[in-house]
Ligand binder design. Sequence first.
Ligand code: BJW
Length: 298
Amino acid sequence: MSSPAVPDYSAVVSATGFLRPRASRSTELFHDHLSTSRRLLVLIGAGLSAASGLPTFRGQGGLWRKHDAKQLSTPAAFEDDPALVWTFYLERIRAAKDAKPNAGHLALVELAEKREGCLTISMNIDGLSERARHAASQIHFLHGSLFDVKCNKCDLLLRDAEADTALQPLLVQPPESPLQQSNIPHCPKCHVGLLRPGVVWFTEPIPSGMLRSIHAWIEADPVIDTMLVVGTSAEVYPATAYIEGARKRGARVAAVNIEQEDPALLGLEEQDWYFQGDAAELVPQLLEPVIGRGASVE
Ligand code: BJW
């Protein structure tokens, strides 16, 4: 006796209760579309770096020593307990220094090299796209960098080597010894504030020049062909709004995520794609028509 037919879930009930066609899973159709795509917007989140061993923000990776990572990423948390927040970030700085870009990062670098009209918006602060040599003119780091520091009172911003020097009193602390507030360096400019991570926390504005530049790119001609959304829960604004922004400019959206599609989140439609799996594996495969099979991790 033949087994009952597998139900066809090609339609899912949307958050509003209407039946909606499901996004495509076809790599072949995506490859066809990508081959003719000239302007592409890519949004990357913590899931891209998961295969490099770095924890994500929400879900299983979102708990750090019993603290919710989201709660620690606020100016209020730093005001309350700067030593705790710095302990969290120092651990992440050390982990990011030890991590290596994966095949997903490298594939996106190659995509940018092969497609002048490709812009990447990264929410990641881990430095892995930079280390993969993503062209600086084709990527914006919306949430700053783990390797920068700012003052919590004035406008001081120190980058890379300067930040590293300023942070030496913290970096020389043995990772296992508890950090005291007295260990945190004061701002070398105003001498009043404390140095803090050079990242954008909840309720803080993204640098306005960066926002203007992204807006101008989205509104420029010709239309956007493809919006690739990789390894993000798409819960944080303004990053998430760029998906809709690209769609309004004509883009078909392709999402890559290890979890099953959540129809309420991305609002994917019939002309879009959803690929479930590890970004480090899937992104190079999806980009093959443009980058070939070359992208490999050293
Ligand atoms: C894989 C995988 C694998 C896993 N392969 N996939 C009410 C009050 C106050 C503010 C707001 C409010 N309503 C809205 C706001 C604005 C707020 C916001 O968006 N809040 C929402 C949560 C509702 N946004 C802001 O405050 C922003 N500023 C702003 O808007 O200014 C104007 C304004 C101010 C005040 C009010 C209103 C407007 C700033 C946002 C800054 C976010 N900063 C952080 C911390 C950065 C520093 C740090 O990293 O420590 O950025 S929060 C955190 O979330 C971090 C991330 O970049 C960001 C996004 O997370 P991401 O990348 O999506 O990670 P996850 O963990 O969420 O998801 C990982 C995904 O990967 C999952 O889907 C997995 O399934 C998947 N995955 N393994 C593929 N191997």
